[in-house]
Design a protein around this ligand. Structure first.
Ligand code: GUN
Length: 283
């Protein structure tokens, strides 16, 4: 029987620690503030943004929502970001992705002041992740690292295979595992012998975006399997990138969907907002 990595429990413990640190910061006269921008009416984005605001309230942080119409222009959006960059009471700025197609996502990411970029998407912060010199880590990979740490799962000298090479998850995930002294392989849609590559993993991290993509023939006996997927199965039910029921019996530990990596992501965003508030106030 595999250990089930309980993201909800790790997230709750993380949020408790953050809440205490926020309270301490408030005693020094600083309330961490997060501005969340959402453009248009994508239902999934709406759910994510609501959850982010709720987490801020729970932890005693300030949050401001900017819900802009789908017709918003690049100039208007960049103007808002510029204004938020200059606000002392806003420590973190997050623009929910994806944006409507006519908007320039790259320009938006580049416009957020790196010290307020709590997503860690700005090239300055991405560069910091490469060199190991960073203030913020991207939320999802940071959440995975926190889960591994909580369960005392060793990474040094282990073979880690990451499936997926996105800028938001796959690439930074691989880099964090490298910093944690794992030997890392990144697999993707053009990888030859994918199952064979995956089967060599002591730690297998799936960030593909395809429901139940990882099957038992891809998993080594006793491996740790982390599922970053947030997919829908053939019945429209939420599931991950890993065929959980089939893979669970052969692995040593596995994170489920829901209740695995998902809850960690927002906790890491809260951690980044707290860090931003501290750094901006020299605390
Ligand atoms: N859309 C999906 N995930 C994310 C995220 O982590 N940050 C932002 N800004 N948008 C997202």
């Amino acid at each position: 029987m595999a250990i089930i990595i309980d993201g909800k429990a790790v997230s709750a413990a993380t949020r408790e620690a953050i809440k205490n640190e926020v309270a301490e910061l408030k005693e020094k006269g600083v309330t961490p503030g997060l501005a969340v921008i959402i453009v248009g009416d994508d239902p999934a984005s709406r759910v994510y943004v609501n959850n982010k605001k709720k987490a801020c309230a729970e932890l005693g942080m300030l949050s401001e929502e900017y819900a802009l119409p789908a017709e918003t222009t690049n100039e208007e959006l960049l103007g808002l970001i510029n204004e938020l960059n200059g606000r002392k009471d806003i420590n973190g700025i997050l623009c929910q992705l994806p944006l409507p197609r006519h908007l320039d996502e790259k320009a938006v990411i580049n416009a957020i002041a790196p010290e307020k970029d709590v997503d860690a998407f700005h090239p300055v912060n991405v560069g910091g992740i490469m060199t190991g010199d960073y203030s913020f880590l991207p939320c999802t990979p940071a959440g995975v690292m926190q889960m591994l740490k909580h369960y005392d799962i060793q990474t040094a000298g282990k073979h880690c295979v990451v499936i997926g090479r996105s800028n938001i998850v796959g690439k930074p995930m691989a880099m964090l595992m490298l910093h944690a002294n794992a030997t890392v392989t990144i697999c993707h849609s053009r990888t030859v012998n994918l199952a064979e590559e995956c089967k060599r993993a002591d730690i297998l991290i799936a960030a593909v975006g395809k429901p139940k993509f990882v099957t038992p023939d891809m998993v080594k006996e006793g491996a740790v399997v982390i599922d970053v997927g947030m997919d829908r199965d053939e019945n429209g039910k939420l599931c991950g990138d890993v065929d959980f029921d089939a893979v669970e019996p052969i692995c040593g530990a596995i994170s489920p969907v829901p209740g695995g990596v998902g809850p960690m992501t927002i906790s890491m965003l809260m951690r980044n907002t707290l860090t931003a508030a501290k750094l901006q106030n020299n605390l």
